[in-house]
Design a protein around this ligand. Structure first.
Ligand code: ZN
Length: 444
């Protein structure tokens, strides 16, 4: 039966174990985003090979296409997409507000036109939970309203009231067998509002709790404060998830404050833009300086891409638009995230999280502060501002992770991971790179 236990702590950081209907998730965990029932360019066996523990899919997108009846006829989302591990589904609340057009709010939910074909649809707490039940996800999220940043205080209050009302409704709905339901804390940048929202949700006794509405365009200090505010009021013995947070250093900040779960489209979306994430910051692989570079994407990385191909090849593939380029970079990026989380879990279990976190943040932030030339074009593409409400969205989907760097591209990822199969302790056999600084096999 679904359960969660904290198996070790180190300062505010927690090493936990979340048992779902489709397997155990060792936390802290990063969940790769598979908005449209696929982690873009990867097969489930790729995810398995990288020790991905849990992935995310999206109710809004799967409601619009192909429709829950199709997924249901195939036996649910796990069978539909050939993934046997745990799945978390976002409720669609965020996407209804960020992607759909001609929205009309009612106390029961939102009537809107699909961003794909303009079809008139309705999604509220009852409908969202019904779709998530058919999908058969292991963790269903409550249908919520995510206010933008900045937000008028009166509006933020109204959004929290609606989110709480909808949470009560969600809690009463029938569930798939073994399905957990998480409540979502909203409240914008208002400390008191976030705290009271968290307390009220905690009183409803959900299986876990998420902090939503962060990483929606606010400055970093505000983001960290919002995250801390949301988490502080949540029960210790339940999993805590911050939605849409994907910068590695932000994940460290979250874990230091007791967050267990993360998701973001960054490692997959930025791969499609030619950005490789490394432990020393991002690399823009399409840059001219890598034209004849015989080294792997990241020295010391044990991923399939780094073990077999030079940067010059990956750059060539990307520059001529070959699909394999995106796939190799996605493999590397997800592997990077998985290894980062596995090391983090080991550090918490060892009681060395503080030192580990300090070292990682210095490497990651130092690299971004140094700017671009050394790293080849400097950092990932700037995070686009969250789309304003009511602003039309380009057709074709868009990545709609809650709070994730918005921006629509073809398809769309809307997650709110990278799993490393762990056992408490050192996670033996994970295959993570013992990354000797500057090491790694030359591929010349
Ligand atoms: Zn690699």
């Amino acid at each position: 039966m679904p359960s969660f236990e904290v198996v070790a702590t180190c300062g505010g950081a927690r090493r936990g174990r979340l048992t779902t209907a489709h397997g155990v998730v060792e936390t802290p965990v990063f969940m790769p985003v598979g908005t449209q029932a696929t982690v873009k360019s990867l097969e489930p066996r790729d995810l398995d090979a990288m020790d991905v523990q849990i992935i995310l899919a999206n109710t809004y997108h799967l409601l619009v296409r192909p429709g829950p009846e199709i997924v249901g006829a195939c036996g649910g989302l796990h069978r539909f997409m050939g993934w046997k591990g745990p799945i978390l589904t976002d409720s669609g609340g965020f996407q209804v507000f960020s992607l759909a057009t001609l929205r009309k709010m009612t106390p029961e939910g939102v009537r809107f036109n699909s961003h794909v074909d303009g079809r008139n649809l309705f999604l509220g707490p009852v409908e969202s939970m019904a779709v998530q039940r058919v999908l058969g996800s292991d963790i269903a999220m409550c249908f919520d309203e995510c206010p933008p940043y900045p937000c008028d205080p009166a509006y933020a209050q109204q959004a929290v009231a609606r989110t709480l009302q909808w949470a009560r409704t969600c809690r009463e709905q029938p569930r798939a067998e073994g399905q957990m339901v998480f409540g979502i804390v909203q409240g914008g940048d208002d400390a008191a509002l976030r705290a009271s929202c968290a307390r009220e949700l905690a009183a409803m006794d959900f299986d876990g709790y998420a902090v939503g509405g962060v990483s929606v365009g606010e400055p970093e200090d505000v983001l960290v404060r919002e995250m801390a505010l949301g988490v502080a009021e949540l029960p210790f013995d339940k999993p805590r998830y911050v939605m849409g947070l994907g910068d590695l250093w932000q994940i460290v900040e979250g874990v230091a404050r007791g967050v267990d779960m993360f998701d973001c489209v960054m490692p997959t979306r930025h791969a499609r833009n030619g950005t490789a994430f490394t432990r020393d910051g991002p690399l823009h692989i399409k840059a001219g300086e890598f034209k004849a570079d015989t080294r792997p994407i990241e020295a010391g990385c044990t991923c399939y891409a780094c073990q077999n191909f030079p940067r010059a090849y990956v750059r060539h593939l990307l520059n001529v638009g070959e699909i394999l380029g995106v796939r190799l970079l996605t493999l590397h990026n997800i592997h990077c995230y998985m290894c980062f989380m596995a090391e983090m879990r080991a550090a918490i279990a060892d009681g060395t999280f503080g030192e580990w976190a300090k070292e990682q943040k210095e490497r990651l932030r130092g690299a971004s502060a140094e700017g671009g030339s050394r790293r080849g074009g400097g950092g990932p593409p700037p995070r686009p501002p969250r789309q304003a409400w009511g602003e039309p969205t380009p057709r074709g989907g868009g990545e709609s992770g809650q709070g994730c760097p918005a921006a629509a591209t073809e398809g769309g990822e809307s997650g709110q991971g990278c799993p490393a199969a762990a056992t408490e302790g050192g996670e033996p056999g994970h295959g993570c790179p013992a990354r000797a600084a500057g090491g790694g096999p030359p591929l010349a």
